[in-house]
Each structure stands twice: as C-alpha cells, then as structure tokens.
Design a protein around this ligand. Structure first.
Ligand SMILES: Nc1ncnc2c1ncn2[C@@H]1O[C@H](COP(=O)(O)OP(=O)(O)OP(=O)(O)O)[C@@H](O)[C@H]1O
Length: 363
C-alpha cells in the first residue's frame, strides 16, 4: 500500500493552464474519487499521477518517493481506462497475463495471479474467450483484471464504468468496492457521475477549473458543501437556492428576501455575523417540508403552487412555483398532492447551507 501526495502541481497543455497549484493527500489504502464536470482536469490529474503527462511544476510522491519524473512502469501503479483497450486476437487469459509475460514474470507466478484475479472478478469460465465474445461488463472486468494481476500498490481508474448501462454500472460499482476491501490497494478513481462518486469514495475531491473545491467524505461534502459550485454540483434535483440578505435583528440572525424570512440563529456560522450581507440560502429538496404547515425545526410555512409531480417510485419530487422560482421538494409519504393547486412548504432550518453572496463561499 502506498500513499499519494501531490504538492503544488501545475500542468499546462498547449498553453492552457489545466491544473493550478493543486495539493492532494491520498492515504495508503484509501479509495479517493476525483469528481467534477467535463473539462475540469480530473483525467489530466490522474494521468499525471500515472506518468502519462508531464508536470509543469510541483511534485508527485507515491509511497513516500518522489515520482514526479519517474517512468510510468516504475511508479507502482496500474491504470484502468474507460475504453477497455483489450487485444482482440488474444483470449481473456492472454489479455490479463500480457503485461506480466512481457516483463518476464515466471510462469507459475503468472498462473497464480491470473487465477486470483479471475476468481475475484468471476472470470473463470470466460478465460478462453476472445473479447469480441464478451459483453461490455465482462470486457471491463477483464480490463480491471489486467490491472489487478500487476499487484500494484496504487490503482488508477479513468471513468471505467461510463460505457456500461445503468444496471451493470451499479453491479460493477459494488464489485469494485468489494475489490478494494480485498486488495487493500490505494485507489484513485475519476468520474463525473455523482452517484458513483458518493457510493465508492471514502473521500472525494470535487474539482472545477483545475482546482480542488472540496476534499472530504461524501457525507460532509453533501451536507456541508464548501461553496455554491459544490452545493449545486451534488444532488438530484440540485440544492434549492434563495437569494436574500442576512442580518442581526434583535439578537437573532435572519435571512430574508421579498417572499421569505427565515430565522437562522442556530446556524453554525464560521465567523460571527456582523452587519448586513448578500447571502444565498441553500436547502436540499429532502429538507423542504411539503404540505405539512410549519415544519418541526422549520421556517414558517409559505405558500406555493404545485407545478409538476415526478413519481420516482420510493418518493415523489414535487416542483413548486414560488413567486416564479422553481423549488423542488421530496415527498416520501402518501400525502395527497395535485398540480396547479396551492400548498404550504417550509424549510428545515437545521439542514440549510448559507453562502456569501459575493464570494459564494460557505458562511
Ligand atoms: N493536449 C491538450 N492541449 C490543450 N488543452 C488540453 C489538452 N488536453 C486536455 N486539454 C484541456 O484540459 C482541460 C482538462 O481536460 P481533462 O481531460 O483533464 O478534463 P476532465 O475533467 O477529465 O474531463 P472529461 O470528463 O470530459 O474527460 C480541458 O479544458 C481540455 O480541453
């Protein structure tokens, strides 16, 4: 097991600053996910750890050794790509053992490692098949198997499940998590899929524009997003946002705008509140209490018109037109709700996020 430490990393590609002064500490044996929208630099970061991209400045340490300029094969890493990149003329066994054969690993050792990996991935019955005769999920298992046989300390995954259908993705996701437990290897995994990130990561780094916006456990990031970008990037539907001002009124902290006044005195402000601020109040849809009058720990109920109801099976997403703003609420009970009727909603104030209106950082 190796840790991965990235210090002040800078990467320029074709005159573009893709990564700027990035720091990240991945502990030995940890499963870390790099999450962000397309073009945020997550693949570039992963490829720089693998040694496939030169860094412009900074340092990459793997297992306590400076690997910034080390050859990819000397870094103790294995990389799994989105495209399986299997050799079409070789069967599964040959595909998995290829790298070991060319670096002269003894035959008995190759057999042991291939048997172990195919056991873990349930590839035993498929060892003699060619890639053309495998499903997408099976091909990706072989690609993962090829990485496992290297017995690398650090495994890097570049969106490995994004070519698979939703059901297979869920299955392989569970297998990957299991695999991480069995192998104990350090894993760094790139995805733009928030569900994948939330379910796989012990910690995740949310990136935007080559900069890590927040690096923490999925729970902390979901419940206490560091800024507006992170708040809106995670969650489906996304966090509801209300613009307004924040000020002290008679010993209380009050968020208000033209249509809403919310007592936020209990909010764990990082800095004591002074003066009057532009502010954005964020509430997750599951923290909008629909139809129940005043919430238990909530704001005073306000009225809105139901514009759309989406049945999701386990719950309903109810879209409320609140003075022209669409507010999403999640309803888990059997409450009777009809479109175009008015209904009350309130905000569970113990679950809100507040952001500075100008800097967009969490207050
Ligand atoms: N060779 C290159 N020359 C110039 N710019 C590049 C080059 N390769 C990538 N970029 C730019 O670097 C940025 C980051 O790319 P990267 O592939 O790391 O993003 P990503 O977050 O992995 O996105 P995706 O999810 O779409 O793969 C993008 O803006 C991209 O256009």
């Amino acid at each position: 097991m190796s840790n991965v430490a990235i210090r002040n990393l800078q990467i320029q590609l074709g005159g573009n600053k893709v990564i700027e002064s990035l720091n990240l500490d991945v502990k030995a044996g940890e499963f870390v996910v790099l999450l962000g929208p397309s073009g945020c630099g997550k693949s570039t970061l992963l490829h720089s750890i693998a040694g496939l991209i030169d860094t412009s400045a900074g340092q990459i340490e793997i297992g306590g050794k400076d690997m910034t300029w080390a050859d990819p094969k000397d870094r103790g890493i294995a990389l799994v790509f989105q495209s399986y990149a299997l050799y079409p003329t070789m069967n599964v066994e040959a595909n998995m053992s290829f790298g070991l054969r060319i670096n002269g690993t003894p035959k008995a050792e190759i057999t042991r490692r291939v048997a172990r990996a195919s056991d873990m991935l349930q590839l035993g019955p498929l060892l003699k098949r060619k890639p053309a005769n495998l499903s997408g999920g099976q091909r990706q298992r072989v690609a993962i198997g090829r990485a496992i046989v290297r017995e690398a300390d650090v495994m890097l995954f570049d969106e490995p499940l994004s070519n698979l259908d939703a059901k297979l993705r869920t299955e392989l996701r569970r297998e990957l998590k299991q695999l991480h437990k069995q192998l104990g290897a350090t894993m760094i995994y790139v995805t733009h899929d928030q569900v994948e990130a939330m379910t796989l990561a012990q910690r995740m780094a949310v990136m935007k524009g080559g900069v890590v916006q927040q690096f923490d456990t999925p729970d902390v990031i979901y419940n206490t997003p560091a800024n507006l970008f992170v708040a809106t990037f995670l969650g489906s539907p996304g966090m509801n946002l209300f613009k307004g001002t924040l000020e002290q009124q008679g010993g209380k902290a009050i968020f208000s705008n033209q249509h809403l006044s919310v007592d936020v005195t209990g909010y764990p402000f990082k800095q004591p509140l002074t003066g009057k601020h532009d502010c954005v109040l964020g509430v997750r849809p599951e923290d909008i209490d629909v139809g129940h009058g005043d919430g238990v720990a909530g704001s005073a109920a306000v009225r809105a018109s139901v514009s759309l109801i989406e049945a999701m099976g386990a719950h309903r997403v109810v879209w409320l037109d609140f003075h022209g703003t669409q507010v999403a609420g999640i309803v888990q009970d059997q409450l009777q709700i009809e479109t175009e009727k008015d209904i009350n909603f309130s905000i569970r104030t113990n679950r809100i996020s507040l952001f500075d209106g100008a800097s967009e950082q969490r207050l």
